[in-house]
Design a protein around this ligand. Structure first.
Ligand code: DGY
Length: 331
């Protein structure tokens, strides 16, 4: 008998067909008002879940006693309590690698848009204000040749370092759990403390995963260490930054600006003070959102799910020890 999976993220027809060949699929549209209720109804028989952007907490897991795997269409796994999944013997998989370059492109889009005031000035043109050639009030600042500070030197951090060093002739500083000699050799990057990075970088770019350790990593003290001309770019998770402190720093022009793809609450509320500041470029969590990359992520998630329900170790297993728990069987 086919195993049953609950899908809560829309897939392309070809991927849907690939899934349906091997498992029985219940589709739940979380955009509908009854999405959560339908998900809850589907959980009791589910062997697998495939989706993203939904916190899967203990109250949902309790409804799914047969659950073997959650296949997340994301690299970030902050929507899951990994330790709890492991205890329950539920495998968690993600979609690393395929989104690295696209997300680094988003980082650079925000760096360029913020430094060169692209969004603000495009709106200004659209509003009919362009009557004469520009003066200093509308000048931006250069990106090439400046100092790029990368917080978190994982795959995406490294892809940013490559763009900064090779594409824009930037000096690269980075802070992560420890130095990475191979990154330093490739991009002439220098490891330093977070405080030193904040004090020297023209662009502070956050790429760390959200965890108990990184939540609120950039607070009032850290923002105060940044140069007045510096720009903060966040392509990690909103809660890595103390958003209230950031709003104050931006309002008071204690830093030059921010390029933000992620927010403490998503979708960002229309009355967020961030949206009233002209030194903020805010995008709707588009990090990996290109047609090609979202299809590659979904394909990866389907592969992970089908492997897991077939009893094969999935390629992108996050909680290695859950594999052991499964192998040991019921206690
Ligand atoms: C991820 O995969 O975690 C990204 O934030 C989605 O764009």
């Amino acid at each position: 008998m086919k195993k049953r999976i609950v899908l809560y993220k829309r897939l392309s027809e070809d991927l849907m067909a690939r899934l349906q060949e091997q498992v029985e699929v219940t589709w739940v549209d979380m955009a509908q008002p009854d999405g959560l209720a339908r998900l809850r109804d589907a959980l009791p028989g589910a062997h697998g879940l495939l989706g993203a952007s939904l916190r899967i907490d203990a109250s949902l897991l309790d409804l799914a006693p047969q659950l073997e795997v959650i296949s997340s269409v994301s690299v970030g796994v902050d929507n899951y309590d990994v330790a709890q999944l492991t205890r329950r013997g539920v495998l968690l998989t993600n979609t690393p690698d395929v989104l690295t370059e696209t997300t680094a492109d988003t980082g650079f889009a925000l760096i360029l848009a913020s430094a060169r005031r692209v969004v603000e000035l495009a709106d200004w043109v659209r509003a009919g204000h362009w009557k004469a050639s520009l003066g200093p009030a509308h000048f931006g600042s250069d990106v090439h040749g400046k100092t790029l500070g990368i917080v978190g030197m994982g795959r995406i951090g490294e892809a940013l370092a490559r763009r900064g060093a090779a594409g824009f002739g930037m000096r690269v500083l980075y802070h992560s759990r420890g130095p990475k000699p191979e990154v330093e050799a490739r991009y002439a990057a220098r490891y330093c403390s977070l405080d030193e990075l904040l004090g020297q970088a023209d662009f502070v770019c956050l790429t760390v995963p959200l965890s108990a350790h990184t939540q609120g990593l950039i607070g009032r003290r850290e923002l105060a260490l940044m140069k007045p001309e510096a720009i903060l770019v966040n392509i990690a998770r909103g809660r890595v930054v103390d958003e209230a402190a950031l709003i104050d720093a931006l309002r008071e022009k204690r830093i030059r600006g921010a390029g933000l793809d992620v927010f403490a609450q998503e979708p960002l509320a229309i009355d967020s003070p961030l949206l009233s500041l002209d030194n903020v470029v805010a995008t709707p969590h588009i990090g990996s959102a290109t047609r090609e990359t979202r299809q590659a992520m979904a394909s990866c998630a389907v592969d992970n799910l089908l492997s897991a329900v077939a009893g094969v170790r999935p390629p992108d297993l996050v909680n290695e020890s859950a594999w052991g728990v499964r192998a040991a069987g019921p206690q």
